[in-house]
Design a protein around this ligand. Structure first.
Ligand SMILES: C[S@@+](CC[C@H](N)C(=O)[O-])C[C@H]1O[C@@H](n2cnc3c(N)ncnc32)[C@H](O)[C@@H]1O
Ligand SMILES: [Fe+2]
Length: 516
């Protein structure tokens, strides 16, 4: 008879029964049990596994939160120290204590070589374990028990044995639960967080993995975005590639460019100092590295920002549609809130309505954030015609502008297409957020709800009263450089020679502009 803690392999919970004979058991990688020094039993790879490959599915009984809590208490009373419960969303836990497969023996590491990915397959949530890097035969397999994984929207090849319908799910988490977050971690990784229950401080996804994920998710629902990002119409990527290859004709020129190298080192070591030792950082050794990094940065600072920022007021500015304090749970019997609901339901209801001041604050904030600057420079535009005199980049930039105008026309066409019911149906919400607005030089600004500005800050914050950022100033007897202008406080951020940084109201200071 099997003992508790040594479940029957491949005994699948009911919801997975129909997958029992599917090829996923065949395609999974070969893995073996092993005894570890400090973490009990563990799993090692029995063959080389490539980055991104599916290793095994995390299976077990699917139980709800209440059962999970009861089981945890029982295990605590029995003095168990090994826990096998993976919470996949608010009321769904996969418990591999009594039924499961080898995946239950995979230990935690703060610097893991596999990760859990959440998939919605034919309406069922399932957890796959995938290699995060190349793994050699004999290596211990580990994943981060506290990793909050984003659900995946597009299937990686190895995990698509059947006609899967994969849906995008909201940003829910999945993580390991166990009793006492203070169990010591013996993973031995350089950046070990010391306790099994401690969450990583930041998302562990690289910016390019995040980008791809977000891009894939949005592209599924937005053919327009797909047009901007992928295929021969990857406008930003094409422009960046043409521009960079003019100034950096070979990989060597990128590798030997001290400015690029020190910029990349700053991005990695200072900008993301906490993640600088992560294995996924791209090197900056080739032209392809450079164009990839620049494409991602430009995409995030321009189109991605536009798509999520400028529609906030239009979509969420009317607080009755998005009341800020209404998100309260139904009170549980026996609580003060429940008594109130029973005795004075009107008052309980009124308490969910956003107060005047809070509503005003919310609307003002959203309105401020959603405004386009009056001197906004859109993607594909330049503030001055003299930005370069080099013919090839000028021609490439023109092609980029034309492509953006074409994309704009397609967005308008789709908005007017009566066959597309979400655009012209009863609600009539034309999609304009990714309309690049490249041909618009009216400098209209305000809550126009369309247009992809060149950068996140906008020219209002970068320039002021013709003093460009990076102008040198002499303030009293100190020298400083303008870093930027904050349009709300009307103050300039000035960095002094000794590295001190201060927001100053220049109308109140004694200063002179230094021309270099
Ligand atoms: C899913 S099980 C992993 C298999 C387990 N080692 C076994 O022998 O059954 C999770 C349990 O393994 C132990 N464990 C896993 N990773 C560990 C780590 N990095 N440090 C200490 N204990 C760990 C903890 O007791 C945890 O509750
Ligand atoms: Fe650790």
């Amino acid at each position: 008879m099997k003992q508790i803690g040594h479940p029957v392999e491949f005994e699948l919970p009911d919801c997975f029964n129909k997958w029992k004979d599917t090829p996923y058991t065949v395609i999974r990688r070969s893995i073996l049990f092993t005894q570890t020094e400090k973490c009990g039993e563990g799993i090692v790879a029995d063959e080389d596994i490539k980055h991104g490959e599916f290793v095994i599915e995390y299976v077990g009984e699917v139980i709800d939160d209440k059962t999970c809590e009861e089981r945890l208490w029982n295990m605590k009373h029995r003095g168990e120290t090994n826990f096998y419960l993976c919470e996949i969303n608010r009321d769904m836990v996969i418990d591999a204590t009594y039924k499961g497969n080898k995946s239950r023996y995979i230990n935690h590491s703060c610097c893991p070589n596999t990760e859990m990915q959440k998939w919605i397959i034919d309406g069922e949530t399932r957890i796959g374990i995938f290699a995060m890097r190349d793994i050699k035969k004999g290596e211990h397999l580990t994943y981060d028990y506290q990793y909050e994984c984003l659900p995946y929207s597009l299937p990686p090849l190895v995990f698509v044995p059947l006609t899967f319908v994969v849906l995008v799910q909201s940003n829910k988490f999945s993580r390991f639960v166990q009793f006492g977050a203070d169990q010591d971690c013996h993973c031995g990784a350089a950046g070990c967080r010391q306790k099994l229950g401690v969450k990583p401080s930041k998302s562990k996804m690289s910016s390019d993995a995040t980008l791809k994920l977000v891009a894939c998710q949005v592209a599924v629902s937005s053919p327009t975005l797909k047009a901007v990002l992928f295929g021969n119409e990857a406008a930003i990527e094409t422009w960046v590639t043409e521009y960079c290859s003019f100034y950096y004709p070979s990989d060597e020129t990128v590798k030997n460019d001290t400015e690029i190298q020190s910029w990349w080192s700053e991005v990695k070591n200072e900008g993301h100092g906490d993640l600088r030792k992560e294995p996924w950082w791209p090197e900056m050794n080739t032209l392809a590295d450079l164009t990839q990094a620049c494409t991602i940065i430009i995409w995030i600072a321009s189109a991605f920002h536009a798509a999520i920022n400028f529609g906030q007021y239009l979509y969420a500015g009317y607080l009755s549609n998005r009341p800020t304090v209404s998100r309260r749970f139904m009170p549980k019997p026996g609580t003060k809130e429940y008594d109130e609901l029973e005795n004075n339901p009107d008052l309980a209801f009124l308490k969910t309505i956003t107060a005047q001041f809070q509503a005003l604050l919310g609307v003002s904030l959203i309105k401020g954030l959603s405004r386009h600057a009056t001197n906004e420079i859109y993607l594909g535009q330049r503030d001055t015609a003299e930005w370069t005199t080099d013919d090839e980049p000028l021609a490439a930039f023109e092609r980029f502008g034309k492509k953006l105008v074409e994309i704009g026309s397609r967005i308008t066409e789709r908005t007017n297409d009566s066959k597309l019911k979400n655009r012209v149906g009863p609600v009539k919400v034309p999609y304009t957020l990714l309309y690049p607005n490249t041909s618009d030089y009216s400098r209209e600004g305000g809550l126009i709800g369309k247009g992809i500005p060149n950068n996140v800050l906008g020219p209002d914050t970068v320039y002021t009263e013709s003093y460009k950022s990076h102008s040198w100033l002499k303030i009293f007897s100190y020298f400083g450089i303008i870093k930027r202008f904050d349009k709300y406080s009307k103050k300039h951020l000035v960095m002094f020679e000794d590295g001190d940084v201060e927001f100053l109201d220049l109308s109140k200071e004694d200063w002179e502009l230094i021309t270099l």
